[in-house]
Write a protein that binds this ligand. Structure first.
Ligand SMILES: C[S@@+](CC[C@H](N)C(=O)[O-])C[C@H]1O[C@@H](n2cnc3c(N)ncnc32)[C@H](O)[C@@H]1O
Ligand code: SF4
Ligand code: SF4
Length: 397
């Protein structure tokens, strides 16, 4: 998670990020991602949660869920992400949301958007929800195949339109893999066309239904090509879109270098990154799953440090700060990387690859074996953008 525009320019998340930054400085939780249920009405082929129609047996009760919200408010959690599974499938979704908003937390709902109609959009607006973050993987045929439920793409696009009409901010999210890469230009174009304020591009995490799929990740050269798209958009005064990069923290120092080469002063952004690094593990960032398990990162559901039924948020934060105070290994260490403190490498990938969260992030685009020789390739096909005739409304795209 690293918001490029808010870091290096004037982005839409500057205010929320300032609050998270303050929380880090005070040693408090900075943001909590909470999978309030594992139930889902879709069956996405890449889902790291392996979510399906079933709730987990030890799911937090409604009373426990409300008590956790109260604890978050007391602990001064500035930002709560309600995620899942599909969070809107949880029966007391609205109660949790109302309580969180009444306590003054910023709330982002991470949802597949299939349950958002005009009434829900109005309710979200009334409750002062900042952002709805919804997933889009490509044009209709591709998106529906990925989520394995026909008609989903149409529902997502309709929900985005209704949300924007009601004045709710929308972020588009996509997992980036060899499969989705050809459609990333389509998704970026769609974000602009539908007036979404943010696009979240997350490197593929190989757990849940994606376990063992390391070969499906895109190459360093392909990430560098995406970086050029982002740099061009940031420097285009007509584009206001925010970009958020997930699970590839080394993209941030790489982008900083590219901006510098184009004459941008990145010093303020680099200073901020010393407090809140590109990988926020250990800096007050944490995940709670539907059974109360506490993890340093939502993408590592098997890296559990305790349970909210027995461990307070304050204790969890203290335990997590230890990761931040400990040097990572190999080329991610302070001795070997000038960016170690602002990047930190993806701790989840190290945990999955070596069973050691302080191990090397082998996907680093600055250090990995092919990085020195990998110039940006030019493989992205702009003809897949919705502006082309075959993607016009009602046509095949
Ligand atoms: C687990 S879902 C929960 C929220 C909601 N059901 C949704 O799909 O948007 C949260 C986000 O994680 C992303 N995601 C799921 N599996 C992933 C993986 N293996 N690698 C990267 N992102 C993944 C999804 O694309 C989605 O945007
Ligand atoms: S990615 Fe989201 S919508 Fe897809 S199966 Fe997982 S929880 Fe459900
Ligand atoms: S461990 Fe990886 S996926 Fe998790 S917050 Fe850090 S960079 Fe992101």
């Amino acid at each position: 998670m690293a918001h490029v525009r808010s870091l290096f320019f004037d982005g839409p998340l500057a205010e929320v990020e300032d609050k998270a930054l303050k929380a880090v400085e005070l040693g408090r939780p900075s943001e909590v991602i909470w999978n309030i249920t594992n139930r889902c009405n879709l069956l996405c082929e890449h889902c790291y949660m392996a979510a399906d129609g079933h709730a987990k047996p030890e799911q937090l009760t409604d009373e426990e869920a409300i008590a956790i919200v109260d604890q978050m408010v007391e602990s001064g959690v500035p930002v709560l992400f309600m995620s899942g599974g599909e969070p809107m499938m949880r029966k007391n979704f609205w109660d949790i949301l109302e309580r969180a908003r009444a306590g003054g937390m910023h709330v982002v709902i991470s949802t597949n958007a299939t349950m958002i109609d005009r009434e829900a959009a109005r309710r979200l607006k009334t409750l002062g929800v900042d952002w709805i973050a919804t997933s889009l993987y490509g044009p209709p045929h591709f998106h529906d195949a990925m989520v394995r439920v026909p008609g989903t793409h149409a529902k997502v696009v309709e929900a985005i339109k209704v949300l924007r009409e009601e004045g709710v901010g929308v972020a588009l999210k996509s997992a980036v893999s060899k499969e989705t890469l050809p459609y990333i230009p389509h998704i970026i174009a769609k974000a602009k066309e539908l007036d979404c304020g943010l696009i979240y591009l997350c490197d593929l995490i190989t757990s849940g239904r994606s376990a063992g799929e390391e070969d499906s990740r895109i190459s360093v050269a392909q990430w560098k090509e995406l970086a050029e798209v982002i740099v061009d958009d940031m420097l285009d005064p007509d584009v206001k879109l925010e970009y958020d990069i997930g699970a590839l923290p080394s993209m941030i120092p790489y982008l900083a270098k590219r901006f510098e080469e184009r004459g941008v002063d990145v010093s303020k952004g680099l200073e901020r990154l010393k407090i809140m690094s590109a990988c926020p593990v250990g800096k007050g960032h944490m995940n709670i799953n539907s059974e109360g398990g506490i993890m340093p990162c939502q993408f590592a559901q098997d890296w559990v440090i305790g349970n909210i039924r027995e461990m307070s948020l304050a204790d969890a934060v203290r335990e997590l700060y230890v990761f931040d105070q400990t040097d990572a290994k190999g080329w991610c260490s302070d001795a070997e990387c000038e960016y170690s403190r602002i990047c930190r490498g993806c701790r989840t990938k190290a945990f999955h690859e070596f069973g050691d969260p302080l191990g090397v992030d082998t996907t680093c685009i600055l250090k990995s074996r092919d990085s020195a020789t990998s110039e940006p390739v030019h493989t992205l096909d702009p003809s897949l953008s919705p502006a082309s005739p075959c993607c016009a409304p009602g046509a095949c795209g």
